[in-house]
Design a protein around this ligand. Structure first.
Ligand code: DGL
Length: 280
């Protein structure tokens, strides 16, 4: 029998395949500190970026159901790959069946919305996982809003493993940071804005900045997603009242608690409450 979820009051759920979503969570908590949150990282099965559509959809749906079980009325897919490959199916096919009053939102649309104001040349680059690039979600979303913008994307399959393995600041990562930026810019010399279309990439920001010409603006998503969530909650008071406001944040990982605690400390100040969880 299909498990169903009634609307109830609870924390906002934030999901990513690993640590990348913490860059979104931090921005959201800065902007909306009064709300309670549950962060879920599927660290045991990361990366998602090289996986098929079917697998990313299956894993993401499992995570959304787990966050519903934990009481979340609203879930943010703080992962571009999951937003690109699973969000629409979950919104259109699963939610009406399992939780018609709950909501799941992604990170691609809120990022696309801001781009029109930022590019002067109307040439935009996207660096993202292979899955996000292959899905064409960025060109599709951006061109719906700004048909005059040309979007060029490059997949960076090694960046997430570098971040997940704590190698973001190592010398070895320079080669791959430079490689993908050059690949992107060699396809379109007029790019003046690059979207970091993967929530892990802000962790490589120092190096990405170093290898990107200074006239090109780099866009991390956190702030835009936080602004968009704030706007969403103000436009949907019925959802806002269901979101707990106790200022608490709990963390769940499918990997080891100790490893998560150690790696998450790169992003967060102070001790965090982490529990292990199984997704199936
Ligand atoms: N952080 C995720 C994103 O924004 C993806 C990472 C992965 O490949 O697992 O796309």
């Amino acid at each position: 029998m299909t498990q169903t979820f009634k609307l109830e009051q609870g924390p906002i759920g934030i999901f990513d395949s690993g640590y990348g979503g913490l860059t979104i969570l931090e921005n959201i908590r800065k902007k909306l500190p009064q709300y309670s949150y549950i962060y879920l990282g599927d660290n045991a099965r990361t990366p998602y970026g090289t996986r098929s559509f079917e697998v990313v959809y299956e894993f993401t749906l499992q995570a959304v159901k787990k966050l519903f079980e934990l009481g979340c009325p609203l879930v943010i897919l703080a992962c571009n790959t999951a937003s690109a490959k699973a969000l629409r199916n979950i919104q259109q096919h699963d939610l009406p069946l399992i939780a018609p009053e709950r909501r799941v939102l992604g990170v691609i649309r809120p990022t696309a919305e801001f781009i029109g104001e930022l590019t002067k040349t109307r040439h935009v680059g996207v660096l993202a996982t292979a899955g996000t690039i292959r899905s064409e979600s960025y060109p599709l979303e951006i061109q719906k809003l700004y048909p005059d913008i040309l979007v060029t994307g490059t997949a960076c399959p090694l960046w997430v493993p570098l971040v997940e393995n704590g190698e973001a600041d190592s010398e070895g990562s320079d080669y791959f940071v430079k490689k993908y930026i050059n690949e992107l810019l060699s396809q379109d010399r007029d790019i003046d804005v690059i979207i970091l279309g993967c929530t892990h990439y802000p962790l490589l920001m120092k190096k990405i900045r170093q290898y990107t010409p200074s006239h090109i603006r780099l866009i991390a998503q956190g702030e835009h997603v936080a602004d968009s969530l704030k706007d969403y909650l103000s436009r949907h008071p019925e959802m806002d009242t269901m979101c707990l406001k106790e200022g608490i944040c709990d963390f769940f990982t499918t990997e080891s608690v100790e490893k998560f605690q150690e790696s998450a400390s790169v992003f967060l100040n102070g001790p965090i409450n982490v529990k292990n969880i199984t997704l199936e």
